[in-house]
Design a protein. Structure first.
Length: 282
């Protein structure tokens, strides 16, 4: 990837972080930590990889995306807004009673959302069903999904892992947001899902370990997934919970807490500085 494009994507990703935090702040509720950790991969998927069109969001030949960790909807809403599916200003209505942007994605109300998610484990299962449907219908679209590492503690995830391998769903790519933290703390102390790579390999998946915040690494991983035949791919992304906001990084307390006004202003100032520095390099 050339330097200019890498910088452009980084700027978009940090705008996604800003918008996600703006929604959470205005709602006084939400999940900032995991929203910030997936901003880069969402940006990469929607702006570089996926065949999607805001003017035709239900195109039957589009690629599909399922946010299995549905509580990080603020990040998904933000990238959809940046892509042009709906006005970014609407993110300020997050979780309001009369808003279409609720705490978890709703495929019936939000343009660009392919699956309603929230109950962990169900999103990745739906993604597997979509991938099988593509095979049965002889369609070329691909299906992408993001899971949280804490979500791997759900048994349904592993039922789907068996399903996807059994049906050789090489059109399915699952990204695991491996930031090491969940609402109750360190994942290895709550219900240890590691070693994540060996477990997916044992279930018959092709496995790639990469950096969630490196666009070149993500590009390489997605290319490898597309080239893999006969089995689904799990891309285990080593990430930082609360990425690019100093006081949120690697802090489990920000899994599901909204910032107050002072904290919000500090977070936005930090992200604005990052964006300004990136702009200066273009």
């Amino acid at each position: 990837m050339d330097t200019k494009r890498r910088l452009e994507l980084a700027i978009i990703a940090n705008k996604v972080r800003k918008n996600a935090l703006t929604g959470i702040f205005n709602a006084a509720s939400g999940h900032p930590g995991g929203s910030l950790s997936i901003a880069d991969v969402l940006t990469y998927l929607y702006f570089e990889v996926m065949n999607v069109d805001p003017k035709n969001p239900k195109n039957p030949d589009r690629d599909r995306f399922v946010l299995s960790k549905g509580h990080t909807a603020p990040a998904l809403y933000s990238v959809l807004a940046e892509k042009g599916f709906f006005p970014a200003e609407d993110i300020k209505t997050l979780r309001k009673v009369d808003s279409y942007l609720q705490g978890h994605p709703d495929m019936n109300k939000v343009p660009g959302v392919d699956m309603s998610t929230g109950s962990l484990g169900q999103g990745v299962s739906a993604a597997g069903g979509m991938a099988l449907a593509a095979k049965l219908d002889k369609k070329d679209y691909r299906v992408y999904t993001i899971l949280g590492d804490g979500e791997l503690e759900e048994g349904q995830v592993w039922e789907q892992a068996m399903f996807a391998a059994h049906y050789k769903l090489d059109n399915l790519t699952a990204f695991i947001d491996f930031n090491g933290l969940q609402i109750d703390g360190d994942i290895t102390k709550v219900m240890n899902p590691t070693p994540i790579d060996k477990k997916f390999e044992a279930f018959g998946w092709h496995v790639i370990v990469t950096d969630a915040h490196d666009f070149d690494a993500l590009e390489s991983a997605v290319a490898e997934a597309k080239a893999t035949k006969g089995k689904p791919t799990a891309i285990i992304m080593k990430s930082v919970k609360g990425k690019n906001v100093s006081f949120m990084e690697n802090n489990a307390g920000w899994h599901g807490a909204a910032p107050n006004e002072e904290q919000y202003n500090q977070a936005i100032a930090e992200l604005d500085k990052i964006i300004a520095d990136l702009e200066a390099q273009k």
